[in-house]
Design a protein around this ligand. Sequence first.
Ligand code: PMV
Length: 357
Amino acid sequence: MVQTHEKTATSPVNIAVIKYWGKRDTELILPSNSSISITFSKEHLQSKTTIRASPLFEKTRLWLNGIEEINVINNKRLQNCFRETKLLRKEYEDKLSKEIGIDNVIPLSTYHLHICSVNNFPTAAGLASSASGFACLVYTLSQLYELPVSATELSKIARQGSGSACRSLFGGFVSWQMGSKQDGSDSQALQIASSDHWPELEVLICIISDAKKGTSSTEGMQSTVKTSTLLQHRINNVVPERMKLMTNSILRKDFNKFAELTMKDSNQFHACCLDTFPPIFYLNDTSRAIISVITEYNDKSGEYKAAYTFDAGPNAVIYALKRNIPEIINLISKYFPPNQDNQTFFSDPSKLFSDKK
Ligand code: PMV
């Protein structure tokens, strides 16, 4: 009887507070700047992936969200993840062969795969679905192949699927160090602090639209790199200092500084999109109205009580301290009452973060 090998794992979304935008190498997915993000809990935004390997499968196939079959052959990013994990599995099989004999080693690296991946939230709507999706693919493969490697090693593979995916290999507060080597061997994710480091920090996600974004982050980044002079200023003069300040604000749990940097960095990322020619607009009128409401709320409070940030889409992510969350929920619900097109989701206060897949 032929044995089928199967593994399932889940991975959470991460949302950057220092944004990655721009690649210095589009093949290896090497970023133009380092970035920092926070990994959410898996309760609300997660990818779940099941992978089967069998000698009976004639080709590798992947289904997304139960309906759409993805063409894996022409998908370079998927092929990168398969190639790199298979290579590690082959090395592991060779090592095992020497130790326990070739007949006792299952040649999983030669089998085709059947993969099912499901997101429990809108895909490609600027809510980091590619981050959790590719992190989950690489993590599940590492489990299936029983790879004896660290999360940082896996982050270098996930990066080649989708840049921001490398940060979802860790829970808590995570940096993606851009690295300087040409082969990308030092462009990897590292944990700044674990998920229980800052339990007072909470997140609120406002789903303004779950429509697929008009300009993908890959296309958007390429045009920004080609045409924006503001991006060059950001890469050279702004992000390096912000990486240090943001890391310190997290380690010292200084919400005021954290909030200021988070909002400034989101603003500058969207300014770079506007500085792209032709310009890219990810924010819509509702996003801008949320920025105004939060700005006024902070002004009236005399301190930063809430920090907004937006990725490549109109949906708002608001960071705040737990004690201020009820006030912020009231504020947002007053100005933006949830309806069919404009739902507001709140995370479970006790479960913002996740440390494990
Ligand atoms: O990893 P990508 O190609 O989906 O790019 C993500 C870019 C942003 O979400 C806008 C910023 C970030 O650092 O996550």
